[in-house]
Design a protein around this ligand. Structure first.
Ligand code: KIV
Length: 271
């Protein structure tokens, strides 16, 4: 990535400032060159190379087997495509849990691959990690609510913060993450009213996924919103395309035409 390219991209400061301007922040995940080109072309503000690639690219049931090497490989590819959107890399399972020094070193690896910031999922004491990475000059996005890397502790992919004590804890943790220097916080599968309270309580933007309409921005997984994979529809996802159906139809048509001698035609050949 050249320096000029990074300057043209949205910065963490610009993302944060959108909250004060009352402008909604549009975020989406991307993992490869074509999906990142689409996001950039469509004017997405922030592209996250999410560890959800474990699910939607690798076909794994959880994100727990995603490694730093996987994340850096995909971050480097997405970096090649983005001209305008801010690029954030998602720190995978255990890459920030063994202490601040290792967390900063791993966050630095994302930056070396073109990321302008990193996202880290909540765990007890996360504010120290947020502070260390931010102090090193790397913008950090917090992540509260459903944190899929803690799936074995949580026990299922379900809404978080439904009871009053859990809601209060989440609010306090959001404030700690803000004080530690984060530029934004993802709220995943959080009741609408709690997401609204957290959004009102912090000055940095909240980015919702399954957190209702009152957060400062929204993020979805690229493959979910375009329905690129078969399977049950998730309640919080709106499908903007029936991608799997459309692609399967096109590949079926190609197969029929090859078998029926219709493709390639004369026009696809060379003299
Ligand atoms: O990994 C991911 O894609 C995420 C988003 C759902 C926020 O963490």
């Amino acid at each position: 990535m050249g320096t000029e390219q990074s300057i043209e991209r949205m910065t963490a400061a610009q993302i944060t400032a959108k909250k004060a301007d009352g402008a909604k922040i549009v975020c989406l995940t991307a993992y490869d060159y074509p999906s990142a080109l689409v996001c950039d072309e469509a004017g997405v503000d922030l592209v996250l190379v999410g560890d959800s690639l474990g699910n939607v690219i690798h076909g794994e049931p959880t994100t727990l087997r995603v490694t730093m090497d996987d994340m850096l490989y995909h971050t480097r590819i997405v970096d090649r495509a983005l001209k305008r959107a801010m690029l954030v890399g998602d720190m995978p399972f255990l890459s920030f849990s063994l202490g601040e020094i290792e967390a900063v070193r791993n966050a630095g690896e994302f930056v070396a691959c073109g990321a302008q910031g990193v996202k880290i999922e909540w765990q007890p004491g996360i504010e120290r990690v947020v502070g260390a990475i931010s102090d090193a000059g790397i913008p950090v996005m917090g992540h509260l609510g459903l944190t899929p890397q803690a799936i074995h502790r949580i026990g299922g992919y379900r809404v978080q913060g439904r009871d009053a004590a859990q809601a209060e804890l989440m609010l306090r943790e959001a404030e700690k993450i803000e004080r530690a220097g984060a530029f934004a916080i993802v709220l995943e599968l959080v009741p609408t009213e709690l997401a609204r309270r957290i959004t009102g309580a912090v000055k940095i933007p909240t980015i919702g996924i399954g957190a209702g309409p009152y957060t400062d921005g929204q993020i979805l997984v690229f493959h979910d919103m375009l329905h690129m994979l078969p399977g049950k529809k998730l309640k919080h996802v709106k499908r903007y395309l029936d991608g799997f159906e459309a692609m399967a139809r096109a590949v079926g048509e190609y197969s029929d035409e090859v078998r029926g001698g219709k493709f390639p035609g004369e026009e696809h050949g060379f003299s």
